[in-house]
Design a protein around this ligand. Structure first.
Ligand code: URP
Ligand code: ZN
Ligand code: ZN
Length: 466
C-alpha cells in the first residue's frame, strides 16, 4: 500500500522545507507540495510535525557475553525500543572474545537477529585476536556485507588487542577499504590503576572513573591515530568522552589522518557524580570510558555542533540491577554499560535542539546521515530523497513527557535517565514504507527488519565518504 505524508516540515542533514512525501513500496517515490494520494493510499497528516530520515544508531550491544554475564536485550526488545525511540537502523557490535572462533560467533550473532528484528540492522565485526585463520574469516565476513571492524584497546585478555594485532587489523582494513572503529583506552594503565585502587580499599563504583582517567583515553586515541597515520587506514573513535581525547583526535585529523569521532548519549547528559550515588544507584552508572567530570559536556556539545564530533550513538548495553550487583564489592566486577537505545533521539532533541543550541540539520546529520555515509548505507539510509528507503520519523515537537523504566521497551529494570523530561517524540515511524510505531506504541511486525549488506566505502583509502 502507498503512503502519503502531507504537510510536514522535512528536515535532513542539510535541508529544511515543507513538502509532501509519497512512498510506494519500500522507497520514497515523490517529494513535492500538494501531492495527490493514489487510490488506496494511507494518508498521514504531518501538520505541525517534523519529518526526519530514520535515525541510525551506530553503536549498539544486544547479544553481548561480557564480564561473566550477558546483556539483557534480544532483537525483539531492542528493535522495539529502537523504533519507539525513532531509530530505524542499528549497528550492533559483534563481539566474540579472544578465545572464540570469529566466524562461528559471527554466525551466532546473525542468527540472533534473523527473522526477529523489527528494524533494519547491520554489524561492526570485532577483531579480538589476529591470526591467519581469523584473517581469512574476516575477509569472508567483509564479503558477506559486514564492511566495518571494531577493535578494543582495553579489556585486556578478553576483547582487547595488542599493538601488533591493531597494526595487522588496520593493514587488512586498508587493503579491503573498510573502516575500523575503536574503543580507545590504554589497557595496561587501566589494569595497573584498578589493582592499586582495589588494594587501597577503594572498591566502590565512584572509583571506576579514577581507574580510567582522561589521560588513559587520550593515550588510546593518540595511539590509534598514530597507527591509522602509519597504515593509511580509515578509523572511527567510538564513545569519545572527554576534552583531551577529542583534542588527540582533532590534532590527528588536522594533520590528515582519516579519523572520525563518535560520542554517545550518556556522556552528553550524565557525569561522574552519578557513579558516586549511594547503594545500587551508583552501580547503574558504570560504563567505559567512564562518565566524566561535568566540564567535558560543554566541550562535547560544542564539538557536536561544529561537526568535530561526527556522530552520536548510544553504546546501548543493558545490564539489570542483579547483574550490576555482581560488582557491589569491587568496581572492577560491575558489568560495564548503560542502556539508551530508546532515548537517544528524544534526549538529544530535547537537550540539544529544544533546550540547547544544536541546529536541527546537525542533529539529523549526527544521529543519522553521517553514520550512513561512514558505514556504507548512504543514500539508501540517512536521507529523504527519491529512491531512498522510506524509513521516516514523523516527530511531534509538541509532545511533553518524561523517561521511565516503567514505560520503556528495553529489557532492563532501570533507566539511567529516570524522570528526565523530553520535549517531543516520534509519532509515526516507518521502516521501508511500513508503519511500525504510532504515538509511542509499537504496531509493527517482528522479522520486518533486514540485515543490511554493506560494501566497503573506503577503496584502499582512495574514496572519501565526506
Ligand atoms: O561500558 C561499555 N561501554 N560497555 C559496553 C562495551 C564497550 O566498551 O563498548
Ligand atoms: Zn567500548
Ligand atoms: Zn560499546
Amino acid at each position: 500500500m502507498a503512503l502519503l505524508i502531507r504537510n510536514g516540515e522535512i528536515v535532513t542533514g542539510t535541508d529544511r522545507y515543507f513538502a509532501d512525501i509519497l512512498v510506494e513500496g519500500e522507497t520514497i517515490s515523490r517529494i513535492a507540495k500538494g501531492l495527490a494520494a493514489p487510490e488506496g493510499a494511507e494518508v498521514i497528516d504531518a501538520t505541525g510535525k517534523l519529518v526526519f530520515p530514520g535515525f541510525i544508531d551506530p553503536h549498539v550491544h544486544i547479544h553481548l557475553p561480557f564480564m561473566g554475564t550477558f546483556a539483557k536485550d534480544d532483537y525483539k526488545t531492542a528493535s522495539t525500543a529502537a523504533l519507539v525511540g525513532g531509530t530505524t537502523t542499528l549497528i550492533e557490535m559483534c563481539c566474540p572474545s579472544r578465545m572464540d572462533d570469529a566466524m562461528e560467533q559471527y554466525n551466532i550473532w546473525k542468527a540472533k537477529a534473523a527473522g526477529m528484528s523489527a528494524c533494519d540492522y547491520t554489524f561492526h565485526m570485532a577483531v579480538t585476536r589476529y591470526d591467519a585463520t581469523t584473517e581469512a574469516q574476516l575477509r569472508e565476513i567483509v564479503a558477506d556485507g559486514t564492511a566495518s571492524f571494531k577493535i578494543f584497546l582495553s579489556y585486556k585478555n578478553f576483547f582487547g588487542v595488542d599493538d601488533g594485532e591493531m597494526y595487522q587489523t588496520l593493514k587488512l582494513a586498508r587493503e579491503l577499504g573498510v573502516i575500523v572503529t575503536a574503543h580507545c583506552e590504554n589497557a595496561e594503565l587501566v589494569s595497573r590503576l584498578q589493582a592499586e585502587l582495589i588494594a587501597a580499599g577503594k572498591t566502590g563504583p565512584e572509583w571506576h572513573e579514577p581507574s580510567r582517567p582522561e589521560t588513559v583515553e587520550a593515550e588510546g586515541t593518540t595511539r590509534f591515530a598514530t597507527f591509522l597515520e602509519t597504515t593509511g587506514a580509515t578509523g572511527y573513535v567510538v564513545h569519545l568522552s572527554c576534552a583531551p581525547a577529542l583534542k588527540a583526535a582533532l590534532d590527528a585529523k588536522a594533520r590528515g589522518v582519516k579519523i572520525s569521532v563518535e560520542s554517545v548519549l550518556p556522556h552528553f547528559l550524565l557525569d561522574k557524580t552519578y557513579a558516586a550515588r549511594e547503594g545500587v544507584e551508583g552501580l547503574k552508572y558504570v560504563m567505559s570510558p567512564p562518565l566524566r567530570d561535568k566540564r567535558n559536556q560543554a566541550t562535547l556539545w560544542d564539538a557536536l555542533e561544529a561537526g568535530e564530533i561526527d556522530t552520536v550513538g548510544t553504546d546501548h548495553c543493558p545490564f539489570d540491577l542483579e547483574q550490576k550487583l555482581l560488582g557491589k564489592d569491587a568496581f572492577t566486577l560491575i558489568p560495564n554499560g548503560i542502556p539508551g537505545l530508546e532515548d537517544r533521539v528524544n534526549l538529544m532533541y530535547t537537550y540539544g535542539v529544544s533546550r540547547g543550541s544544536l541546529s536541527l540539520n546537525r542533529f539529523v546529520d549526527a544521529l543519522s546521515t553521517k553514520a550512513a555515509k561512514l558505514f556504507g548505507l548512504y543514500p539508501r539510509k540517512g536521507e529523504i530523497a527519491v529512491g531512498s528507503d522510506a524509513d521516516l520519523v514523523i516527530y511531534d515537537p509538541a509532545y511533553r513527557g518524561a523517561i521511565s523504566a516503567k514505560t520503556q521497551h528495553v529489557n532492563c529494570d532501570y533507566s539511567g535517565f529516570e524522570g528526565v523530561e523530553i520535549d517531543g517524540r516520534p509519532s509515526v515511524v516507518t521502516v521501508r514504507g511500513q508503519v511500525q510505531v504510532r504515538d509511542g506504541v509499537f504496531v509493527g511486525e517482528y522479522g520486518r527488519g533486514e540485515f543490511l549488506r554493506r560494501k566497503p566505502v573506503f577503496d584502499n583509502g582512495v574514496t572519501d565518504a565526506g
